[in-house]
Design a binder for this molecule. Structure first.
Ligand SMILES: [Zn+2]
Length: 278
């Protein structure tokens, strides 16, 4: 039986006097609903088949007619990591809450050899050996300590509780009276905090002499020490000093062969200063 036959027989059943009823619009929307439902079911089956096959079927496998009939649902945007509402802080700088900060410069390190001895030992090696020992001793006592090079970029406006540069004197025989033996400590001739820096110098002289039993060779302090370049580089409030641990020629046995003693004297001098703040 065809649809045309059915429709003809249906018309025949209508009374002749009655005006032909307009084709009910309900029928059209019902047909549309059925078609739409069929297409949705088709699409659903296609998606289900695709999923059962592993979900790797390309979306183009779905009949284009089905895609046209089904309302296009905008794909949900791929989840992306929204920027955090609070900005991520930059890499935190090294902080040492509650701990004193000390900078130790290993003289000539990173720049030149300094004084040179006939056996090949250089002042830079001796300075670095002692500076490393001082750093370890201070850290062991809870002091945050930076080990710095001669022209370390961190020295610019460096803020710390102490800055100390460690050097040693010549390996050449020096004709001097008293003999060129002993250590020296000096602060800046243009100090902005002379009282504070004098306390640092006094502590260093006292503790260094005690640890090494060396004498203070005051009359060989030169402008190279009192106008040392880092004094004008660090922050004006940073107490700074320079130490010459000894003469490499006559004090070789102490500063080269027993570097732990000068290192202990320097560390003790700094602790003396830190522990006796007015
Ligand atoms: Zn030097």
């Amino acid at each position: 039986m065809t649809r045309q036959t059915s429709r003809s027989s249906a018309r025949k059943r209508q009374p002749m006097a009655q005006r032909p009823q307009p084709r009910p619009t309900a029928n059209r929307s019902q047909i549309g609903f059925v078609v739409l439902t069929a297409l949705i079911v088709t699409l659903g089956l296609a998606v289900l088949t695709s999923a059962q096959a592993g979900g790797l079927t390309s979306p183009t496998a779905i009949p284009s007619s089905a895609i046209a009939a089904v309302p296009i649902i905008e794909p949900t945007a791929t989840p992306t990591l929204e920027p955090s509402p609070t900005p991520i802080p930059p890499t935190p700088t090294e902080e040492h809450p509650g701990m004193p900060l000390v900078g130790i410069v290993a003289g000539h390190w990173g720049n030149d050899s300094g004084a040179e001895c006939p056996d090949g030992v250089t002042e830079q090696q001796v300075n670095l050996d002692i500076a490393r020992r001082v750093t370890e001793k201070l850290r062991a006592r809870g002091v945050w300590t930076d080990l710095l090079q001669e022209f370390d970029s961190r020295l610019t406006n460096y803020r710390a509780d102490v800055l100390l540069s460690i050097h040693a004197d010549s390996c050449e025989p020096v004709d001097a009276d008293p003999p060129a033996s002993g250590f020296k400590v000096a602060r800046s001739v243009a100090s902005a905090i002379p009282t504070t820096e004098d306390r640092l110098v006094t502590c260093l002289i006292q503790e260094y002499a005690k640890a090494t039993r060396m004498t203070f060779h005051e009359n060989s302090i030169t402008s190279d020490m009192t106008s040392y370049h880092s004094f004008s580089e660090v922050h004006a409030d940073t107490p700074a000093a320079i130490v010459e641990t000894g003469f490499l020629h006559l004090d070789y046995d102490m500063i080269v062969k027993q570097p732990d003693l000068p290192a202990q004297g320097i560390a003790n001098g700094i602790l003396c200063f830190l522990d006796n703040q007015p």
